[in-house]
Design a protein around this ligand. Structure first.
Ligand SMILES: C[S@@+](CC[C@H](N)C(=O)[O-])C[C@H]1O[C@@H](n2cnc3c(N)ncnc32)[C@H](O)[C@@H]1O
Length: 234
C-alpha cells in the first residue's frame, strides 16, 4: 500500500521543520492571502529564470530575503528601494499575510513572494542573479542533534556566494551567540566572501538601512544583543 506523503517534505525531497501556520487568520488577512498572493507569487516555471524578470516593471537588480517572518524588514527595503525587485520566501502563512498587509499599506509593487521553503528556489536560481541576500535571524536550532537543520551551512553559504553578483552582499543577523560563532566559522571559511567590518563594534551597530523587526525588538528586550553581519562577494 502506498505510504502517505510526509507533509513536511518539500520539492527536492527535503524536510521542512518550521511552522507553516499559527493562530487562525482574521477574515481580512485570509482575504488578503486569497486575493493578493496569487498575483505576487514567484512563477513556478521556469524556476531557474532570471528573477529580475519576475516583476511587473523593469528593476535594476533582484534581492532575496530568506525567512522574512512578519515582513517588516522586507517591506521597508521594498519601500526604500523601488528600483530593486525583492523576492521573499517564508513558509509561515501568518507571516506571509502580514507582509501582504505591509505591501498593501505602502503601495509597493516590487515584491514577489514564495510562500514556502526557500531552499528549492535557492537551488534553482541562476548563478549571479542576485545583488543582495538577507538571512535575518534564522532559527538557531540550539540542540546539537538539530544542527543539520540550520539554514546556514557550508553548502548554503557556497550557494549564496554563487547566486550573488560580484560585489553583491550577503546580510545575516542573529541574536544567538552559539549560532553567531557557527555562522562566522562557515562564512569566513569561504574564500569568496569578505566581512565588511573590522572590529566587534561593527557587528553590534545596526546599519541605518537595516530596520528592526518585531522579532529583533523582542530579542533585545529579553537581553539578547543582535549581531548584524555584512559580507561582500569579492
Ligand atoms: C526566527 S524567525 C525570524 C524572522 C525574520 N527574519 C525576522 O528577523 O524577524 C525565522 C524565520 O525563518 C523562516 N524559515 C525557516 N526555515 C525556512 C526556509 N527553509 N525557507 C524560508 N523560510 C524559513 C521561519 O518560518 C521563520 O519565520
Amino acid at each position: 500500500m502506498p505510504q502517505p506523503r510526509d507533509p513536511r517534505r518539500v520539492p527536492g525531497d527535503r524536510l521542512f521543520f518550521g511552522r507553516r501556520k499559527g493562530r487562525p487568520l482574521r477574515a481580512n488577512m485570509q482575504a488578503l492571502l486569497d486575493d493578493r498572493l496569487p498575483d505576487l507569487a514567484v512563477p513556478v516555471e521556469p524556476a531557474s529564470a532570471d528573477p529580475k524578470t519576475w516583476f511587473a516593471r523593469p528593476v535594476r537588480a533582484a534581492w532575496l530575503e530568506v525567512g522574512f517572518g512578519g515582513g517588516e524588514h522586507l517591506a521597508w527595503q521594498a519601500r526604500a528601494n523601488p528600483d530593486v525587485g525583492i523576492v521573499g520566501a517564508e513558509p509561515f502563512m501568518n507571516g506571509v499575510a502580514s507582509l501582504l498587509r505591509h505591501l498593501e499599506n505602502d503601495g509597493s509593487d516590487n515584491v514577489r513572494i514564495l510562500a514556502d521553503d526557500a531552499r528549492p528556489m535557492i537551488e534553482a536560481l541562476p548563478p549571479g542573479s542576485l545583488e543582495r541576500v538577507f538571512v535575518l535571524h534564522p532559527d538557531p536550532w540550539p540542540k546539537r542533534r538539530h544542527h543539520e537543520r540550520r539554514l546556514i551551512q557550508h553548502a548554503s553559504i557556497a550557494r549564496f556566494h554563487d547566486l550573488l553578483v560580484p560585489g553583491g552582499e550577503l546580510r545575516i543577523a542573529t541574536d544567538d551567540v552559539a549560532y553567531l560563532h557557527w555562522i562566522l566559522a562557515r562564512v569566513t571559511a569561504h574564500p569568496g566572501l569578505r566581512w565588511t567590518g573590522t572590529r566587534l563594534a561593527d557587528w553590534r551597530a545596526r546599519p541605518e538601512d537595516w530596520p528592526e523587526t518585531r522579532y529583533e525588538a523582542k530579542a533585545r528586550r529579553e537581553g539578547r544583543e543582535p549581531a548584524y553581519l555584512r559580507f561582500v562577494k569579492t
